[in-house]
Design a protein around this ligand. Structure first.
Ligand SMILES: NC(=O)c1ccc[n+]([C@@H]2O[C@H](COP(=O)([O-])OP(=O)(O)OC[C@H]3O[C@@H](n4cnc5c(N)ncnc54)[C@H](OP(=O)(O)O)[C@@H]3O)[C@@H](O)[C@H]2O)c1
Length: 242
């Protein structure tokens, strides 16, 4: 039977790379977006032509809204895997970070994903092997100045995976984090050329990751044979930091 994955943040660069890999590997997909419908609608059209035996749905949701999750989860039929690939950061001194920014980061990266895990756990348990993967960050392990709040919620994703993995292991569900270093996506468009050169000089592999190089590890964790790895954070950083 076709396996089905929910990709939260499928409109983002890493999310799109995950969607391409999973569609090519035979998955049916729920493609989530927030403000940018166009990338997921495009994926839906392309995939429906390329893979007519699989199903592709889109769904919009703001992860800073935790009130409609029952409605969202009722729309999903079969869910064998959930990939949390949405997220944003805020740059600046922690001293200047507002309570509203803290709340948004917490809701988007942690609270709403946790509430969604509660609602999807029964469906994941029905799967022959359920999978949850968070796209975390190296900053969750090593911490970054000027992104203190972001580093904190990314670290919390790893802590959640570590604990929740033990609770749902007997249900056949694994919970892991793929924590990238610097990836060449929209998220890093804020950096100018000099800052990117400086960044590359700090990375032993001397370049940013391509989104597909992160998606590769996410796809690997979804495989049946990956079932003995759970509660882990996999750092995909080109040797940088962690
Ligand atoms: N890029 C990097 O260097 C890097 C490094 C380490 C970790 N990460 C992590 O990787 C994940 C994906 O990042 P990316 O680089 O692919 O970024 P991206 O291309 O900017 O994509 C961000 C995604 O998050 C979604 N999103 C933003 N605000 C949202 C909200 N309020 N509710 C629901 N969804 C929301 C966006 O949806 P819409 O576009 O539809 O609004 C989009 O799908 C994030 O968790 C990020 O922290 C990235």
């Amino acid at each position: 039977m076709t396996r089905s994955a929910l990709i939260i943040g499928a409109s983002g660069d890493i999310g799109q790379a995950v969607a391409r890999r999973l569609a090519a590997a035979g998955w049916s997909l729920y493609l989530h977006y927030f403000q940018h419908a166009a990338p997921v609608e495009q994926l839906q059209v392309t995939f429906s032509q390329q893979y007519p035996r699989q199903d592709f749905f889109t769904l919009a949701y703001d992860l800073t809204d935790e009130t409609q999750l029952d409605q969202i989860s009722r729309q999903l039929f079969q869910v064998d895997a959930v990939i949390f690939a949405a997220g944003t950061t805020t740059y600046g001194l922690f001293q200047a970070t507002t309570a509203e920014q803290l709340e948004h980061l917490w809701q988007m990266h942690i609270k709403t994903p946790m509430l969604l895990c509660q609602r999807l756990s029964a469906k994941l348990a029905q799967s022959a092997y359920g999978r949850i993967v968070f796209v975390g960050s190296v900053y969750g392990g090593s911490g970054s100045p000027l992104e203190v709040a972001y580093s904190t919620v990314k670290g919390a994703q790893s802590a959640f995976a570590n604990a929740y993995a033990r609770e749902v292991a007997s249900l056949g569900i694994t919970v892991n984090v793929v924590a990238p270093g610097a990836v060449d996506t929209k998220m890093n468009q804020l950096f100018d050329a000099d800052a990117k050169t400086q960044l590359r000089s700090e990375i032993p592999i001397s370049r940013l990751a391509k989104p597909d190089e992160v998606a590769f590890w996410i796809q690997s964790l979804l495989k049946k044979d990956a079932g003995y790895l759970t509660g882990q954070t996999l750092y995909v950083t080109g040797g940088w930091r962690k």
